[in-house]
Every structure is written in structure tokens, then in C-alpha cells.
Design a protein around this ligand. Structure first.
Ligand SMILES: [Zn+2]
Length: 309
């Protein structure tokens, strides 16, 4: 069981509206999640200091991000399939920055599928994961993202794949993204969906309700956060991904944290199923269900596409 957060932790104001008026929402072991009475944002309060600093992810890099099972899952060709297809609808060439790039799987696959069309830059707080990305031809910037000053350099697209839910101050990252994008550039934000079928069925039992997730976005709060950054216009909002195996396991499971490696192994297995040609009929059904859930905004994730004015 993870140690309890120190009692000296400062209270965390609402990361969306800044109010300090929240009601209890979920309690899961030491994780306390609250809901803002003013804007409905759901977030963890308090948050352990090593999640604020990012030290947690740096510590996790070698045992988890660079574990064989996580790397195989991340670098499977279908792992970022949905993200890549959506991305390519809006951005067909140019300079791409992936914030929270980990070992560089998204950028690597982007360059593999569309050779020569993109230049790839990545950043992350997990240093050892970045070494792996660099070895695969991704340009790496190691300085903390919020402190970057790249002179006049601008990107055509910036991606946050499953990053904003980890950030104690997500609005500052959006502001920095707006500053680093050229006019007409695109910003992609993927976060777990607070109103997904999985969360509706499982509540706090869902494995993605965990201490590293400090923000839980709904369509409403995600849109509201983007609307606070006047340089961005909302271009699209989608709901994607559906993992019924996770739901089936978590219904039976307890409330204990599913070990990182086990989560990675399951993701690797379901990714392999997506590539197995014998499972084609099952996949057609699965794909229809995912589409239906997406249309109802009940799929596992939300993806917001923003355009820099
Ligand atoms: Zn609020």
C-alpha cells in the first residue's frame, strides 16, 4: 500500500476555476477526490509533493516505462492508431512537439507511417525514458516545459496524450502550448473521460482512478479549461477507446491499485488482439460498440482538438 500523503500538504484549489469550495467525490485508499461546487471540476486534493514536482515519474521511468512489457505495448503499431488517424486529419506535415512523450512511441510511429512529413520533438519529466526516445531519432528537450524559451521557434502541432490528468496546474501547460504554437497550429489533448461507461459502471473501483491522476475531466470541464485560453479555438471534441476487458476485471477486482506492470501487460495483450487477423469478426463488433460509445461520449477517453488563432 502506498504511504499516506504527508499531512503538511497544502490544500489544492480547483485547477479549473481556482475556487476553494469542493465536496467529497471519491475516497480510494489514500486518494481523496473532490468535486468543485462552483464549476463541477473533479480533482484530487491533497496531492503528494512528488506528483507536483514530477519526481514520481522520473522514479518510475526505469522500472516501468522502460520495462519490456511497457515498451512492447507502446511500440506496437496499433497502440497509437486512433491518435495518429485523428492527428493526421488535422496536421499532414510540419514540426510536432509531444509533451509527455515518454519513450517516444507516438512520435516514432508518426515518422514511420509518414516518412519525411514531420519533424519530431519530445519532452518528459522521466529522464531515462527520454534517452530511449533520443535513440530512436526524436529531438529531445530536457528543460521543464513551463520554463522553455525557444526564441522565435514555433511548432505546427503540440500533443498531450494522457498528460493533463497528471498535472497539478494543467492551465499553465495549455498557456505555454499556445505560446509555442504558430498561428493556425493545432493542440491535441487526450484525457480519461469522467463520464465514460467504465466510470459509470465502476466509480472509484476503476483502475484509472489512481493517485497519479489528479484531474478527472468531463466534456464540460475539459471544454471550460480550453475556453480559458483565449488564443485557442475548439475545433473538435471526440470520445475514443473502449477496453471491455478492463471493465470486466475491475468489476471483480477490489479497490487496491492495479500494479503498473499488470496494467501494461493487459494493454499489450489487447493491442495484440487488435493486430490478430483471426479475430476480425469480433473486431468488427468491437469497433461498432466503440463507435457507438464514442458518439454518445461514453468511451474511455476524451480528445480535444484546439486551433491556435
Ligand atoms: Zn472549480
Amino acid at each position: 500500500m502506498p504511504p499516506a500523503p504527508p499531512t503538511s500538504d497544502p490544500r489544492r484549489p480547483c485547477p479549473l476555476c481556482g475556487a476553494d469550495d469542493a465536496a467529497p467525490h471519491w475516497q480510494k485508499e489514500n486518494l481523496r477526490v473532490v468535486r468543485c461546487r462552483r464549476c463541477t471540476m473533479v480533482f484530487a486534493n491533497p496531492v503528494a509533493p512528488e506528483l507536483v514536482s514530477g519526481a514520481f515519474y522520473d522514479r518510475l521511468a526505469i522500472p516501468f516505462y522502460l520495462s519490456a512489457v511497457k515498451l512492447e505495448g507502446d511500440f506496437a503499431t496499433s497502440r497509437f492508431d486512433r491518435e495518429l488517424r485523428l492527428f493526421h486529419q488535422f496536421v499532414t506535415r510540419g514540426a510536432v512537439l509531444d509533451v509527455g512523450c515518454s519513450t517516444g512511441a507516438f512520435l516514432g510511429e508518426l515518422q514511420r507511417r509518414f516518412p519525411g512529413d514531420y519533424s519530431a520533438t519530445g519532452t518528459d519529466v522521466a529522464g531515462a525514458a527520454l534517452d530511449h526516445a533520443a535513440a530512436h531519432g526524436v529531438e529531445i528537450i530536457r528543460a521543464p516545459f513551463l520554463e522553455w524559451d525557444l526564441g522565435g521557434r514555433r511548432f505546427d502541432a503540440i500533443t498531450f496524450w494522457a498528460v493533463l490528468e497528471h498535472l497539478v496546474e494543467p492551465r499553465r501547460f495549455l498557456r505555454q502550448a499556445a505560446a509555442l504554437l504558430g498561428a493556425g497550429g493545432f493542440c491535441f489533448i487526450l484525457v480519461p473521460n469522467l463520464q465514460s461507461l467504465a466510470v459509470r459502471l465502476l466509480g472509484a473501483k476503476y483502475r484509472y482512478v489512481l493517485p497519479d491522476h489528479v484531474n478527472y475531466f468531463s466534456v464540460r470541464t475539459l471544454r471550460a479549461m480550453a475556453a480559458q485560453e483565449p488564443a485557442f479555438a475548439i475545433t473538435a471534441l471526440r470520445s475514443t477507446h473502449f477496453n471491455p476487458v478492463v471493465i470486466a476485471q475491475d468489476v471483480r477486482g477490489g479497490t487496491a491499485r492495479v500494479p503498473d506492470e499488470e496494467r501494461a501487460r493487459l494493454l499489450q495483450r489487447t493491442t495484440a488482439w487488435k493486430e490478430d487477423t483471426r479475430l476480425k469478426p469480433v473486431r468488427a463488433l468491437y469497433s461498432a460498440v466503440e463507435k457507438g460509445l464514442g458518439a454518445l461520449r461514453l468511451a474511455d477517453n476524451l480528445v480535444l482538438v484546439l486551433r491556435r488563432k
